[in-house]
Design a protein around this ligand. Structure first.
Ligand code: NDP
Length: 329
């Protein structure tokens, strides 16, 4: 029996088109576990894969969706039984492998984690790849010694998906959070999530020649990259770290080594895609423990599959606020 999926096709002129279509189990790629998908989500990378693919998608037709949550329908792996609630993020699912924008998905058992205790399937995807990455960033800063009371912690791209979860997590953990946004209209929203100050993007977006600025931040979660990351390094306090996880503002960073040499600041790369199973589980456990679910609900908008292609274009324009939960079932 057929089921619904967003399929991206490429025409003879090389243009891609995303549309909801019916496909069958026989169309799915190989894998040990078939999952009846209930929810997926929209991340920046989904925006890329719903469009021309930015080199991430290798073969068309393609089913995007970098994460999903659902129930096991069939499994040849002893770790999973029919009915088990599971979550998938990363492993290039939705890019190199068909993903979560379909009512069924077939994947490797190694890529799944059991639904963390204390979460519903819907909330696990309201969190999704973005929320997991925000948690990994906060944990990485704490591993470098960050603690509440050391000074303000900066979050760039704050009104986006990763940024919103990072603001909520840090604020709930007792940090003084300063949110950088290019959308002044999100100020009340970010304050509601726990930011104590809003910094307009313009104030920190342009590169400057000076190698150091005033020491302002005890740590930073950077979703933007580009010139903004360079400015963040110049403004960190002595010995502080920035968790670098995104490139919404550019891939190339005009970096001076002076903040590293004179202030011992540290750039910590965050990858959620190939994060090993144990580290993923630890991050999910911390999310259950630390994320305020009322804040999560307040930052989440629920949509159906048909709305996703247009929202994919919107997220690439920096126009999506918080998290988008995709109700696939
Ligand atoms: P969103 O689009 O939801 O958030 C990105 C935010 O960045 C926007 O909301 C906007 O925030 C800001 N922004 C957008 N364009 C620019 C620009 N040109 N200059 C400055 N700021 C800009 O995306 P996600 O939250 O899903 O992802 C954020 C980033 O993290 C992406 O680059 C994504 O690829 C990356 N990522 C990395 C992962 C990893 O494992 N390392 C995993 C998940 C995501 P505002 O309007 O508030 O300024």
């Amino acid at each position: 029996m057929g089921f619904r999926a967003i399929v991206v096709d490429k025409d003879a002129d090389g243009r891609t088109h995303a549309a909801v279509r019916e496909i069958g189990l026989e169309d799915l790629p190989e894998g040990e576990v078939t999952v009846a998908v209930e929810y997926s989500t929209l991340n920046y990378k989904d925006g890329l894969c719903l469009g021309p693919g930015a080199g991430l998608v290798r073969k068309y037709p393609h089913v995007p969706g970098v994460d999903f949550a659902g129930r096991v329908e069939a499994s040849s792996d002893p770790r999973y039984q029919p009915g088990d609630a599971v979550v998938l993020t990363g492993w290039r699912v939705g890019e190199a492998h068909w993903g979560g924008y379909a009512q069924k998905a077939r994947v490797k058992a190694d890529w799944l984690v059991p639904l963390p205790e204390g979460l519903t399937l819907a909330r696990s995807m309201a969190i999704g790849t973005a929320g997991l990455t925000a948690m990994l960033a906060v944990m990485a800063l704490e591993e470098q010694g960050l603690r509440p009371g050391q000074g303000p912690v900066l979050v760039t791209g704050a009104a986006g998906g990763v940024g919103s979860v990072a603001v909520a997590l840090l604020a709930t953990a007792g940090y003084d959070v300063v949110a950088v946004t290019g959308r002044p209209e999100t100020a009340a929203y970010l304050t509601e999530l726990g930011a104590t100050r809003i910094l307009p993007r313009d104030e920190i977006a342009e590169p400057i020649a000076r190698p150091l600025e005033s020491e302002s931040w005890a740590g930073a979660v950077d979703c933007v990259g580009g010139a903004m990351l360079s400015r963040v390094t110049k403004q960190l306090k002595y010995g502080a770290s920035v968790a670098c996880l995104g490139n919404a503002g550019g891939l190339d960073v005009p970096l001076s080594v002076i903040p590293l040499l004179l202030r011992g600041i540290r750039l910590i790369g965050i990858d959620s895609v190939l994060k090993p199973f144990d580290a993923r589980q630890r991050a999910w456990e911390r999310i259950v423990q630390d994320l305020d679910m009322e804040k999560l609900d307040a930052m989440t908008r629920r949509v159906g599959l048909a709305e996703v292609p247009a929202l994919g274009a919107e997220i690439l324009r920096g126009g999506v606020r918080g998290r988008i939960l995709v109700d696939v079932a």
